[in-house]
Design a protein around this ligand. Structure first.
Ligand code: 5GP
Ligand code: MN
Length: 341
């Protein structure tokens, strides 16, 4: 190994290293509507626990979208903990708040409450938690997988462990949350950690192609419908579109296929704030993207009970789409017009 991560290892809290390093039966939970960062971090942690002789169960409240089926070990992902296993640690990854784990946390509230806990997350909006928790929250990390890579090295786990599955899972999360090193969240540390993962065998180009440049034809047709519906106000400073159940029906796609549309919409030249409104049953999901140096996306989503990062955030609003749109756009326009360039 020629890439040396030694300078970054002090960032790993001792309490987190001790709990993960000592876990015999870890329950590792991702956020609902999972992406490659939360899934990759959970898979990476599972490989770390196993390397140390423990066992791990990875859990997510929602089924894993086909986009992430290439992740090694994802076939073992469960929607509930294994009732036959006596867990000794709960690890929550990439969740800005504990309730981001979704329905699985409500179904197993007593278990989640009782277990010693480790939280590993990079959301600025994470308030941390009280109680039996060892928290590691680092908003300067581009991805939770960036942090888990440091944890692996800190625990002496070779990044090439598990036949390459560890490095590949962690790289997937970094590629996901940086849009392949294109977002302003990328730091020298991100790139150094990624270099170490590539050195350990992570197939960077293949992961980037699978996550960002490969789509079923039906999904491209769905994108077409939503792009066609693009609207804007305030000389293009606010741009939005909407995705209805009818679009999914007409194209034969599922809600997970809407992943990525926001990143096309947010290419709108003058847009300070871009929003996609996704119709749900009695609720509306929003995804928000904003320009560097402009609106803080979490201010907009925070006004509706959501969270995320300054440039990329989301929320679920308990209103039908048209009403949610009116409410969100009123705030979005006010925030966008306050930006001085
Ligand atoms: P996306 O728009 O890609 O779904 O989400 C962008 C970012 O916002 C992600 O980091 C995601 O974790 C966060 N995010 C999305 N939806 C919610 C939400 O409902 N609540 C919170 N707290 N964060 C969210
Ligand atoms: Mn993340």
């Amino acid at each position: 190994m020629t890439i040396d991560l030694g300078a970054y290892l002090e960032a790993v809290p001792v309490s987190v290293a001790e709990r993960v390093g000592g876990a015999r039966e870890a329950l590792i939970v991702s956020h609902e509507n999972p992406d490659a960062d939360t899934l990759g971090a959970a898979l990476g942690l599972a490989r770390i626990v196993e390397f140390n002789g423990g066992r791990a169960t990875t859990v997510c409240a929602d089924p894993v979208p086909p986009l992430y089926a290439f992740l090694a070990g994802i076939e073992a992902e469960r929607m509930d903990p294994d009732p036959a296993t006596a867990y000794d640690l709960l690890v929550v990854v990439d969740c800005g708040t504990l309730d981001r784990v979704g329905a699985v946390g409500r179904r197993h509230a007593a278990l989640f409450e009782r277990l010693p806990r480790v939280i590993i997350d990079h959301h600025l909006s994470n308030p941390g938690s009280a109680g039996p928790s060892a928290d590691w929250i680092d908003p300067d990390s581009a991805a939770t997988c960036e942090m888990v890579t440091l944890l692996a090295v800190r625990l002496g786990v070779p990044l090439g462990a598990a036949d390459g599955a560890l490095a590949a899972a962690l790289m997937a999360g970094i590629v996901m949350d940086t849009s392949t090193f294109a977002h302003p969240n990328v730091t020298p540390r991100t790139l150094t950690i990624a270099a170490a993962l590539v050195e350990a065998g992570a197939p960077l180009a293949e992961i980037s192609r699978l996550l960002y440049r490969t789509k079923p034809d039906a999904q491209l047709r769905l994108f077409g419908r939503v792009l066609e519906r693009l609207e804007g106000s305030d000389r293009g400073r606010v741009v939005w579109s909407s995705l209805f159940d009818a679009d999914l029906l007409a194209t034969g796609t599922s809600p997970a296929d809407s992943e990525g549309i926001i990143d096309l919409l947010s290419q709108a030249e003058a847009a300070e704030v871009t929003v996609i409104f996704k119709e749900g049953s009695g609720e509306t999901r929003i995804s928000v993207r904003t320009k560097p140096g402009g609106v803080d996306a979490t201010v907009l989503t925070g006004a509706f009970g959501g969270g995320g990062h300054a440039r990329a955030a989301g929320a679920t609003i308990l209103l039908p789409l048209e009403e949610a749109r009116e409410a969100v756009l009123a705030v979005a326009r006010r925030l966008a017009l306050a930006v001085a360039r």
